[in-house]
Design a protein around this ligand. Structure first.
Ligand code: G3P
Length: 217
């Protein structure tokens, strides 16, 4: 499963990239606002920092304007994935951008039927928001299971990019289901490394090694 970082914070992206385990980045208008930086400047910097796909989101709602925005975003770098919302106009724009060979990430997906439409529109990625689904009393991971089943039934090439990931269990369950990508904040990624028994075990090794008086270097 690919790991994307869900942020427009270039420092966090650099830290995560230094692990050698980062496969891409997703942003959205809220994350751009949080970065406090110019949209084109920060997307350009992110796209030069990581080799994998970098999602840059359109902000208009009508197909004609969304298409102009998407074409402009795609020119920023070769690894840009244009993000469009899962609306009728968003899927028309998805189809048009894909016809130009541009990567498209269809976002704000909350139903398997929506994901089916996005795959039929040729989306490169579909972004179902599991955390927000959970927030309103639905089972976000059940949505991922349904999408995985439907995509496998018909051999759709659209990659399931699990978004709105709030904790390591979302990552674990996404991998169990067979999602293609999970995108999450740096804080969530750091938690994946941590386990108290690893910390305790290392402390025990340190104590016993110190007692040997040996050194490797
Ligand atoms: O990529 C979507 C993500 O940024 C939304 O996360 O936690 O605001 O639902 P959240």
């Amino acid at each position: 499963m690919k790991f994307f970082l869900d942020t427009a914070n270039i420092e966090e992206i650099r830290e995560a990239n230094a692990t050698g385990l980062l496969d891409g980045v997703t942003t959205n208008p809220s994350l751009i606002k949080k970065s406090g930086r110019d949209f084109f400047e920060v997307i350009t910097e992110i796209a030069s920092e990581v080799e994998g796909p970098v999602s840059a989101e359109t902000v208009s709602h009508d197909h004609e304007t969304m298409l102009k925005e998407g074409l402009k975003c795609a020119k920023i770098a070769d690894n840009i994935a244009v993000k469009v919302p899962l609306t009728l106009d968003g899927l028309k724009t998805c189809k048009a951008l894909r016809a130009e060979g541009i990567m498209v990430n269809v976002t704000l997906c909350f139903s398997a039927n929506q994901a089916l439409l996005a795959a039929k529109a040729g989306a490169s990625f579909i972004s179902p928001f599991v955390g927000r689904h959970d927030d309103v009393g639905f089972d976000g991971m059940e949505l991922i299971e349904d999408i995985r089943t439907i995509y496998d039934n018909y051999g759709f090439g659209t990659e399931i990019l699990v978004a709105s990931v709030r904790h390591p269990v979302h990552v674990l369950e996404s991998a169990r289901i067979g999602a293609d990508v999970a995108t999450f904040p740096w804080d969530v990624m750091k938690k994946l490394f941590n386990h108290p028994l690893t910390v305790n075990g290392l402390a025990g090794f340190d104590k016993d090694w110190a007692a040997t008086g040996f050194s490797i270097l």
